[in-house]
Design a protein around this ligand. Structure first.
Ligand code: NAX
Length: 328
């Protein structure tokens, strides 16, 4: 039998945590034959609710779930972690400036990065879900100098999945017929969902749609503002779909992309496509044997270039702001 994989989830008592933990425990994160130990990291006020969720996890009698530990100590929470899902974050509240938001999150992600550095397993893989996800990932990564930088990633898979769904609806295709879609840049309203290299049942998506106005005025804003539309409709932010995307992100990272397809991940840039090195930006990537690689050699047209540059510019500004705050 396989050794259990230690999976740490922060913000475990939150709404994404509630949607996420049961799918991890049932084998969707790593695969149907991989046992898991869960480590739930919360702030003191969240511990009781996390205990309640752990009771429900027990009550599922999941065959793959070996044990659950609940803690508010990051050194304990990340001890021996092989996978860390950083979900807990400080949301933007009314009247909060960007600087306030970044420093509040720096107060979470800097110590968590250090705790990962000091306590996690050598093969640790980190996914940051908590917003601002890309820059929170940068803060955590900078605080973990002994962990290879590429192990710190940020979630744009929800944006990727949203874009696939919108493109499928537009073209009347099945979601499974859509390949090679890309989210570029920041997980924010500036993100750029790119269909110029995407395929719909083997045909080029942009040629098939052949409607730049739809792209610019409907598709891109619908994907980029989907989070706000969910809040408007549901009265609460995306939770199950965000948890599902976190599952997809890690599953794909560990188990590989399908031949002839790729996915989108926020990862430290190596300078590809003119994205300054070190920024945690979303790219098209293929994965194999637990490693990812940026898809190279794509032609970037004018329409795409402007939008990628704008989102990357925003990431550079966030990086400069956290640098000024002494967070990286
Ligand atoms: P909730 O407010 O329901 O839950 C957050 C939980 O985190 C709370 O239980 C809180 O006690 C805990 N927490 C806060 N600080 C912590 C710390 N220092 N250590 C451990 N736990 C801590 O939020 P939820 O709806 O679950 O969303 C979580 C985060 O995901 C938010 O930052 C949200 O903006 C972000 N999202 C990111 C998405 C993405 O695509 N990257 C999409 C969905 C979501 O909006």
């Amino acid at each position: 039998t396989r050794t259990p994989v230690n999976v740490t989830v922060t913000g475990a008592a939150g709404q994404i945590g509630y949607a996420l933990l049961f799918r991890i425990a049932s084998g969707h994160l790593l695969g149907p034959d991989v046992p898991v130990n869960l480590r739930l990291l919360e702030i003191p006020q969240g511990l009781k609710a996390a205990e309640g969720t752990a009771m429900e996890l027990d009550d599922c009698a999941f065959p793959l779930l070996r044990n659950i530990e609940i803690t508010d100590d990051a050194n304990v929470g990340f001890a021996g972690a092989n996978v860390a899902l950083l979900v807990g974050a400080r949301p933007r509240t009314k009247g909060m400036e960007r600087g306030d938001l970044l420093s509040a999150n720096g107060g979470i992600f800097k110590p968590q990065g250090k705790a990962i550095n000091d306590n996690a397993a050598d093969d640790i893989k980190v996914l940051v879900v908590g917003n601002p996800a890309n820059t929170n990932a940068l803060i955590a990564q900078a605080a973990a100098p002994d962990v290879p930088a590429e192990r710190f990633t940020a979630m744009t898979r929800l944006d990727h999945n949203r874009a696939i769904s919108q493109l499928a609806a537009k073209t009347g295709a099945a979601v499974s017929d859509i390949k090679k879609l890309t989210i570029w840049g920041n997980h924010s309203a500036t993100q750029y969902p790119d269909i110029f290299h995407a395929e719909v049942a083997g045909k080029n998506a942009a040629e098939l749609v052949n409607d730049e106005a739809w792209l610019a005025d409907t598709f891109i804003p619908t994907v980029a503002k989907r989070g706000a539309a969910i809040i408007e409709a549901r009265g609460a932010s995306s939770a199950a779909s965000a948890a599902n995307a976190a599952i997809d992100h890690v599953y794909t990272w560990v188990n590989g992309t399908a031949p002839g397809d790729w996915t989108s991940m926020g990862i430290p840039s190596d300078g590809s496509y003119g994205v300054p090195e070190g920024l945690i930006s979303s790219f098209p990537v293929t994965t194999k044997d637990g490693k990812y690689e940026i898809v190279q050699g794509l032609d970037i047209n004018e329409f795409s270039r402007t939008r990628i540059d704008a989102s990357v510019q925003e990431l550079a500004e966030e990086r400069d702001a956290v640098r000024e705050l002494g967070l990286i």
